[in-house]
Design a protein around this ligand. Structure first.
Ligand code: FPP
Length: 263
């Protein structure tokens, strides 16, 4: 009994217990994730960096399933940034292969679980064989109505904002929009995430306190969760714990909040 209590004090709840602690009425609609720490995970084990990405892919697969089962509407995973091209070519090649492997391996499962796949970023900058696979998975899953899985590829948030500005200027020149009436909602419609609610929570693994050019506009009011776990070790329990933490937070969106109001 004492042992059991000590165990609980260490937050060692089982998956089943964690699942039962989640309030299904207060789920985050959109979870965004910076999957960081694959390289460090591999280094700790004296393995090549790509081994970390490979196990990181297994975490991504698991997290998609858990988010989908929980009833989350959107999951955005930062898989390859516009800056990641600066990595060694072998690593970049391996990340591209892993993405294609992911899409081929998981398509059936996405269909079974009603998951809709979509890629965000400058997709035209990816190799043709990767673009083809992305197009195929996007098309095959386009009518699914469950979780929207957004994978950010060749993605940079500043580039996204520049692309939005270009779209707005072009539509203004064609008299499709009136610049004087440009508001936040209209601006959002020009982002890659158009039609998607802003993230309610951002999870970043491996403890780095940075946003790294990810969803700069969309994260304005998101709850941030920086966890020390390296991405390959981030699985169901870690996601459930983050969602439970999210449900304890009071979201204020710039107001004074419930606690201050009652004083
Ligand atoms: C960051 O770790 C991780 C990446 C740049 C790649 C993430 C990709 C995957 C998990 C696999 C593919 C996933 C999908 C959804 C297809 P890092 O290499 O920067 O780690 P470090 O900071 O410890 O070096």
């Amino acid at each position: 009994m004492i042992k059991r209590r000590l165990k609980k004090a260490g937050n060692e709840f089982s998956k089943k217990e964690l699942r039962a602690m989640i309030d299904s009425q207060n789920l985050p609609r959109h979870i965004a994730v910076i999957m960081d720490g694959n390289g460090r995970w591999a280094k700790k084990r004296m393995l090549p960096r790509v081994a970390g990405h490979r196990i990181g892919l297994e975490s991504a697969i698991k997290i998609v399933r858990v988010a989908s089962n929980l009833g989350v509407q959107v999951l955005t995973l930062y898989a390859f940034s516009a800056e990641n091209w600066r990595r060694p070519p072998e690593e970049v090649g391996e990340l591209m292969k892993l993405l294609v492997e992911y899409l081929r391996r998981e398509l059936l499962d996405m269909q079974k679980n009603n998951v809709r796949f979509q890629a965000i970023g400058r997709i035209s900058g990816l190799p043709g064989w990767v673009q083809e696979e992305i197009r195929w998975s996007t098309d095959q899953t386009k009518d699914n109505t469950g979780l929207l899985l957004n994978v950010a590829l060749n993605y940079g948030s500043r580039l996204e904002i520049i692309d939005a500005v270009k779209g707005i200027v072009s539509d203004a020149q064609d008299n499709k929009i009136d610049i004087d009436n440009l508001d936040e909602e209209t601006f959002s419609d020009y982002l890659y995430t158009k039609d998607v609610p802003d993230p309610d929570m951002l999870i970043r693994t491996s403890g780095e306190m940075r946003i790294s050019n990810f969803l700069l506009w969309q994260l304005a009011y998101s709850e941030l969760f920086i966890v020390p776990t390296l991405w390959p070790d981030f699985r169901e329990k870690e996601l459930l714990q983050a969602v439970i933490e999210y449900q304890k937070r009071e979201r204020r969106f710039g107001t004074i909040g419930k606690i201050a109001q009652s004083k």
